[in-house]
Design a protein around this ligand. Structure first.
Ligand SMILES: [Fe+2]
Length: 319
Protein backbone atom coordinates (compact mmCIF):
# COMPACT_ATOMS: atom_id res chain seq x y z
CA UNK A 1 0.00 0.00 0.00
CA UNK A 2 1.27 3.50 -0.79
CA UNK A 3 2.18 5.73 2.11
CA UNK A 4 0.20 8.99 2.20
CA UNK A 5 2.98 11.20 0.74
CA UNK A 6 3.60 8.63 -2.05
CA UNK A 7 -0.11 8.50 -2.75
CA UNK A 8 -0.16 12.28 -2.95
CA UNK A 9 2.70 12.20 -5.48
CA UNK A 10 0.92 9.56 -7.58
CA UNK A 11 -2.25 11.60 -7.45
CA UNK A 12 -0.38 14.76 -8.51
CA UNK A 13 1.23 12.94 -11.45
CA UNK A 14 -2.11 11.57 -12.66
CA UNK A 15 -3.79 14.92 -12.15
CA UNK A 16 -1.05 16.83 -14.02
CA UNK A 17 -0.99 14.35 -16.90
CA UNK A 18 -4.76 14.49 -17.27
CA UNK A 19 -4.77 18.30 -17.12
CA UNK A 20 -2.08 18.42 -19.81
CA UNK A 21 -4.09 16.07 -22.02
CA UNK A 22 -7.23 18.09 -21.39
CA UNK A 23 -5.52 21.36 -22.35
CA UNK A 24 -4.26 19.76 -25.58
CA UNK A 25 -7.72 18.38 -26.21
CA UNK A 26 -9.38 21.78 -25.77
CA UNK A 27 -6.63 23.63 -27.70
CA UNK A 28 -7.08 21.26 -30.65
CA UNK A 29 -10.62 22.54 -31.05
CA UNK A 30 -12.27 19.21 -30.27
CA UNK A 31 -15.44 19.05 -28.24
CA UNK A 32 -16.64 16.54 -25.66
CA UNK A 33 -19.11 15.43 -28.27
CA UNK A 34 -16.20 14.15 -30.36
CA UNK A 35 -15.15 11.89 -27.51
CA UNK A 36 -18.72 10.75 -27.00
CA UNK A 37 -19.09 9.91 -30.70
CA UNK A 38 -15.80 8.05 -30.68
CA UNK A 39 -16.92 6.04 -27.67
CA UNK A 40 -20.24 5.16 -29.27
CA UNK A 41 -18.71 4.25 -32.65
CA UNK A 42 -16.14 2.05 -31.00
CA UNK A 43 -18.96 0.52 -28.99
CA UNK A 44 -20.64 -0.53 -32.25
CA UNK A 45 -17.46 -2.03 -33.61
CA UNK A 46 -16.36 -3.96 -30.59
CA UNK A 47 -18.82 -5.94 -28.61
CA UNK A 48 -16.97 -5.72 -25.34
CA UNK A 49 -15.75 -2.16 -25.70
CA UNK A 50 -18.27 -0.68 -23.35
CA UNK A 51 -17.36 -2.84 -20.43
CA UNK A 52 -13.65 -2.14 -20.99
CA UNK A 53 -14.27 1.58 -21.50
CA UNK A 54 -16.52 1.65 -18.49
CA UNK A 55 -13.81 0.08 -16.35
CA UNK A 56 -11.25 2.65 -17.47
CA UNK A 57 -13.68 5.53 -17.17
CA UNK A 58 -14.82 4.49 -13.72
CA UNK A 59 -11.23 4.36 -12.50
CA UNK A 60 -10.31 7.70 -14.10
CA UNK A 61 -13.53 9.25 -12.94
CA UNK A 62 -13.03 8.00 -9.40
CA UNK A 63 -9.49 9.40 -9.30
CA UNK A 64 -10.51 12.72 -10.78
CA UNK A 65 -13.61 12.98 -8.65
CA UNK A 66 -11.40 12.41 -5.63
CA UNK A 67 -8.99 15.09 -6.87
CA UNK A 68 -11.82 17.52 -7.60
CA UNK A 69 -10.53 17.82 -11.17
CA UNK A 70 -13.29 16.29 -13.24
CA UNK A 71 -15.81 18.90 -12.26
CA UNK A 72 -13.73 21.82 -13.54
CA UNK A 73 -12.68 19.97 -16.71
CA UNK A 74 -16.24 19.15 -17.68
CA UNK A 75 -17.32 22.63 -16.69
CA UNK A 76 -14.62 24.21 -18.84
CA UNK A 77 -14.84 21.83 -21.78
CA UNK A 78 -18.57 21.75 -22.44
CA UNK A 79 -19.99 24.52 -20.35
CA UNK A 80 -22.45 22.35 -18.50
CA UNK A 81 -21.54 22.07 -14.90
CA UNK A 82 -24.24 20.64 -12.66
CA UNK A 83 -26.76 19.44 -15.21
CA UNK A 84 -23.92 17.17 -16.25
CA UNK A 85 -21.96 16.77 -13.05
CA UNK A 86 -18.99 14.52 -12.43
CA UNK A 87 -20.26 11.53 -14.36
CA UNK A 88 -20.92 12.86 -17.86
CA UNK A 89 -18.55 10.48 -19.61
CA UNK A 90 -19.80 7.56 -17.55
CA UNK A 91 -23.38 8.41 -18.44
CA UNK A 92 -22.51 8.79 -22.12
CA UNK A 93 -20.59 5.53 -22.22
CA UNK A 94 -23.22 3.59 -20.30
CA UNK A 95 -26.46 5.01 -21.70
CA UNK A 96 -28.59 2.40 -23.50
CA UNK A 97 -27.76 2.02 -27.20
CA UNK A 98 -30.66 3.54 -29.17
CA UNK A 99 -32.76 1.26 -31.38
CA UNK A 100 -33.08 4.15 -33.89
CA UNK A 101 -36.85 3.85 -34.20
CA UNK A 102 -37.14 7.33 -32.65
CA UNK A 103 -35.34 8.99 -35.58
CA UNK A 104 -36.19 6.81 -38.62
CA UNK A 105 -37.68 8.95 -41.42
CA UNK A 106 -37.54 12.05 -39.23
CA UNK A 107 -35.96 14.89 -41.22
CA UNK A 108 -37.78 17.84 -39.70
CA UNK A 109 -39.98 18.60 -36.70
CA UNK A 110 -43.73 18.20 -36.80
CA UNK A 111 -44.99 21.79 -36.93
CA UNK A 112 -48.40 22.32 -35.36
CA UNK A 113 -50.65 25.32 -34.88
CA UNK A 114 -51.59 26.25 -31.33
CA UNK A 115 -53.71 23.37 -30.02
CA UNK A 116 -55.70 22.02 -27.11
CA UNK A 117 -54.79 19.36 -24.59
CA UNK A 118 -57.00 16.87 -26.45
CA UNK A 119 -55.39 17.64 -29.81
CA UNK A 120 -51.91 17.38 -28.33
CA UNK A 121 -52.56 14.01 -26.64
CA UNK A 122 -51.48 11.89 -29.61
CA UNK A 123 -48.12 13.69 -29.84
CA UNK A 124 -47.40 14.03 -26.12
CA UNK A 125 -45.20 10.98 -25.64
CA UNK A 126 -44.18 10.30 -29.24
CA UNK A 127 -40.57 11.51 -28.76
CA UNK A 128 -40.88 13.19 -32.19
CA UNK A 129 -39.50 16.75 -32.36
CA UNK A 130 -42.42 19.19 -32.29
CA UNK A 131 -42.85 22.91 -32.81
CA UNK A 132 -46.16 24.46 -31.76
CA UNK A 133 -46.41 27.86 -33.43
CA UNK A 134 -47.61 30.73 -31.28
CA UNK A 135 -48.40 28.51 -28.30
CA UNK A 136 -47.26 31.08 -25.76
CA UNK A 137 -48.20 34.34 -27.42
CA UNK A 138 -50.70 34.93 -24.58
CA UNK A 139 -48.09 34.70 -21.81
CA UNK A 140 -47.31 38.05 -20.10
CA UNK A 141 -43.73 36.76 -19.85
CA UNK A 142 -43.34 37.36 -23.56
CA UNK A 143 -43.22 41.11 -22.95
CA UNK A 144 -42.15 41.18 -19.31
CA UNK A 145 -39.09 38.91 -19.30
CA UNK A 146 -35.73 40.35 -20.28
CA UNK A 147 -32.22 40.61 -18.83
CA UNK A 148 -33.25 43.37 -16.43
CA UNK A 149 -36.27 41.46 -15.09
CA UNK A 150 -34.02 38.62 -13.95
CA UNK A 151 -31.29 40.94 -12.66
CA UNK A 152 -33.82 42.76 -10.48
CA UNK A 153 -35.39 39.48 -9.39
CA UNK A 154 -32.13 37.89 -8.33
CA UNK A 155 -30.85 41.02 -6.62
CA UNK A 156 -34.07 41.37 -4.64
CA UNK A 157 -34.45 37.80 -3.34
CA UNK A 158 -32.18 36.86 -0.48
CA UNK A 159 -30.29 33.63 -1.12
CA UNK A 160 -31.23 33.47 -4.81
CA UNK A 161 -27.64 33.46 -6.12
CA UNK A 162 -26.60 30.81 -3.61
CA UNK A 163 -29.57 28.64 -4.62
CA UNK A 164 -28.25 28.44 -8.19
CA UNK A 165 -24.71 27.65 -7.03
CA UNK A 166 -25.67 25.11 -4.42
CA UNK A 167 -28.99 23.50 -5.33
CA UNK A 168 -29.55 24.22 -8.99
CA UNK A 169 -27.42 24.54 -12.13
CA UNK A 170 -25.52 27.17 -14.05
CA UNK A 171 -24.62 26.51 -17.69
CA UNK A 172 -22.04 28.87 -19.09
CA UNK A 173 -21.76 27.23 -22.56
CA UNK A 174 -19.04 29.08 -24.51
CA UNK A 175 -19.05 32.19 -22.36
CA UNK A 176 -16.35 33.11 -19.86
CA UNK A 177 -18.82 33.40 -16.98
CA UNK A 178 -18.49 31.03 -14.08
CA UNK A 179 -21.53 31.87 -11.97
CA UNK A 180 -24.87 33.60 -12.22
CA UNK A 181 -23.39 36.56 -10.29
CA UNK A 182 -21.19 37.29 -13.33
CA UNK A 183 -24.28 37.58 -15.52
CA UNK A 184 -25.88 40.26 -13.43
CA UNK A 185 -22.73 42.29 -12.85
CA UNK A 186 -21.52 42.63 -16.44
CA UNK A 187 -21.02 46.02 -18.09
CA UNK A 188 -24.06 47.53 -19.74
CA UNK A 189 -22.34 47.50 -23.16
CA UNK A 190 -21.88 43.75 -22.92
CA UNK A 191 -25.44 43.22 -21.72
CA UNK A 192 -26.54 44.84 -24.97
CA UNK A 193 -23.88 43.05 -27.06
CA UNK A 194 -22.64 46.33 -28.50
CA UNK A 195 -19.91 46.24 -31.19
CA UNK A 196 -16.55 45.21 -29.74
CA UNK A 197 -18.13 43.31 -26.86
CA UNK A 198 -17.74 39.56 -26.42
CA UNK A 199 -21.11 37.93 -27.02
CA UNK A 200 -22.53 35.60 -24.39
CA UNK A 201 -25.16 32.92 -23.95
CA UNK A 202 -25.98 31.19 -20.66
CA UNK A 203 -28.63 29.16 -18.91
CA UNK A 204 -29.49 28.38 -15.32
CA UNK A 205 -31.98 26.44 -13.27
CA UNK A 206 -34.31 28.33 -10.98
CA UNK A 207 -35.12 26.49 -7.79
CA UNK A 208 -35.42 29.17 -5.11
CA UNK A 209 -39.12 29.13 -4.07
CA UNK A 210 -39.43 32.93 -4.04
CA UNK A 211 -37.73 33.29 -7.42
CA UNK A 212 -40.05 30.69 -8.91
CA UNK A 213 -43.09 32.29 -7.31
CA UNK A 214 -42.24 35.67 -8.83
CA UNK A 215 -41.38 34.23 -12.25
CA UNK A 216 -44.51 32.12 -12.43
CA UNK A 217 -46.74 35.18 -12.19
CA UNK A 218 -45.93 35.72 -15.87
CA UNK A 219 -46.50 32.25 -17.32
CA UNK A 220 -48.32 29.02 -16.63
CA UNK A 221 -47.89 25.31 -17.18
CA UNK A 222 -48.17 24.88 -20.97
CA UNK A 223 -51.89 24.48 -21.61
CA UNK A 224 -51.47 21.58 -24.04
CA UNK A 225 -49.55 19.24 -21.71
CA UNK A 226 -51.48 16.17 -20.49
CA UNK A 227 -53.59 16.82 -17.41
CA UNK A 228 -51.99 14.01 -15.43
CA UNK A 229 -48.37 14.46 -16.51
CA UNK A 230 -45.58 14.72 -14.00
CA UNK A 231 -43.88 18.13 -13.96
CA UNK A 232 -40.48 19.33 -12.84
CA UNK A 233 -40.24 21.51 -9.74
CA UNK A 234 -37.96 24.00 -11.47
CA UNK A 235 -37.63 25.94 -14.69
CA UNK A 236 -34.53 26.92 -16.62
CA UNK A 237 -33.89 30.28 -18.25
CA UNK A 238 -31.65 30.50 -21.32
CA UNK A 239 -30.62 33.86 -22.67
CA UNK A 240 -28.00 35.61 -24.74
CA UNK A 241 -26.68 36.07 -28.22
CA UNK A 242 -25.08 34.30 -31.17
CA UNK A 243 -23.53 30.91 -30.45
CA UNK A 244 -26.20 29.47 -28.15
CA UNK A 245 -25.85 25.99 -26.70
CA UNK A 246 -23.28 23.52 -28.00
CA UNK A 247 -24.40 20.10 -29.21
CA UNK A 248 -25.14 17.76 -26.29
CA UNK A 249 -27.54 15.24 -24.78
CA UNK A 250 -29.50 15.99 -21.60
CA UNK A 251 -29.31 13.42 -18.84
CA UNK A 252 -32.75 14.20 -17.44
CA UNK A 253 -35.68 12.07 -16.36
CA UNK A 254 -38.47 13.43 -18.54
CA UNK A 255 -39.29 15.01 -21.87
CA UNK A 256 -38.40 18.65 -22.43
CA UNK A 257 -40.57 21.61 -23.34
CA UNK A 258 -39.15 25.04 -24.14
CA UNK A 259 -40.92 28.36 -24.63
CA UNK A 260 -39.11 30.72 -27.00
CA UNK A 261 -40.03 34.16 -25.65
CA UNK A 262 -37.60 36.58 -27.25
CA UNK A 263 -35.60 36.44 -30.46
CA UNK A 264 -35.41 33.67 -33.06
CA UNK A 265 -33.31 30.60 -32.52
CA UNK A 266 -32.18 27.77 -34.75
CA UNK A 267 -32.19 24.28 -33.24
CA UNK A 268 -29.82 21.63 -34.58
CA UNK A 269 -30.73 18.00 -33.95
CA UNK A 270 -28.53 14.98 -34.58
CA UNK A 271 -29.30 11.32 -33.93
CA UNK A 272 -27.12 9.35 -31.55
CA UNK A 273 -23.95 8.09 -33.30
CA UNK A 274 -25.21 4.50 -33.49
CA UNK A 275 -28.12 5.78 -35.62
CA UNK A 276 -26.16 8.08 -37.94
CA UNK A 277 -26.25 5.58 -40.80
CA UNK A 278 -30.04 5.35 -40.85
CA UNK A 279 -31.18 8.74 -39.52
CA UNK A 280 -30.56 12.38 -40.44
CA UNK A 281 -29.43 15.55 -38.76
CA UNK A 282 -31.53 18.62 -39.39
CA UNK A 283 -32.25 22.13 -38.15
CA UNK A 284 -35.27 24.34 -37.71
CA UNK A 285 -36.12 27.88 -36.64
CA UNK A 286 -38.31 28.88 -33.73
CA UNK A 287 -39.73 32.36 -33.15
CA UNK A 288 -41.10 34.28 -30.16
CA UNK A 289 -44.19 32.56 -28.76
CA UNK A 290 -43.32 29.12 -30.18
CA UNK A 291 -43.10 25.93 -28.14
CA UNK A 292 -40.34 23.40 -28.84
CA UNK A 293 -40.66 19.82 -27.63
CA UNK A 294 -37.73 17.50 -28.15
CA UNK A 295 -36.67 14.34 -26.37
CA UNK A 296 -33.29 15.81 -25.55
CA UNK A 297 -32.21 12.54 -23.91
CA UNK A 298 -31.92 10.85 -27.32
CA UNK A 299 -31.50 13.72 -29.77
CA UNK A 300 -28.19 15.55 -29.65
CA UNK A 301 -29.19 19.19 -29.72
CA UNK A 302 -27.61 22.61 -29.97
CA UNK A 303 -28.86 26.10 -30.78
CA UNK A 304 -27.73 29.34 -32.39
CA UNK A 305 -29.40 32.70 -32.07
CA UNK A 306 -30.28 34.73 -35.13
CA UNK A 307 -27.54 37.39 -35.60
CA UNK A 308 -28.58 40.65 -33.93
CA UNK A 309 -31.29 39.00 -31.83
CA UNK A 310 -31.35 38.63 -28.05
CA UNK A 311 -32.84 35.23 -27.26
CA UNK A 312 -34.68 34.36 -24.04
CA UNK A 313 -36.45 31.09 -23.36
CA UNK A 314 -37.95 29.15 -20.46
CA UNK A 315 -37.53 25.40 -20.28
CA UNK A 316 -38.75 22.58 -18.10
CA UNK A 317 -39.72 18.89 -18.20
CA UNK A 318 -42.84 16.73 -18.28
CA UNK A 319 -43.36 13.02 -18.26
FE1 LIG B 1 -29.97 20.45 -23.49
Amino acid sequence: MLRSNEAETEKDIIENEFLTLTRKFIASGLKCNDIQKALQKEGKKRKHFKSKALGIILVVNAILYECGVFHCIVNYAIGIRCLIPNNYFVWEATRPVSDCSYCLKVAKPIVLPNLTQEEFAKYAYSSKPLVIKGAFLHWPALNRFDYYFFKELYESVEGSFESVDQECQFLHFKSDFISIRDIFSMHEDRVRNLPGQKSWYVGWGNCHPKVLEKMRKYYEIPHFLPEDCELSSKEYVFMGYDAGATLHLDFINRLMWQAQLKGSKTWYLSPTPECEDVCSSFSFLVEPGDAVLVDTRIWYHGTTVKPGDFSLSIQSEYG
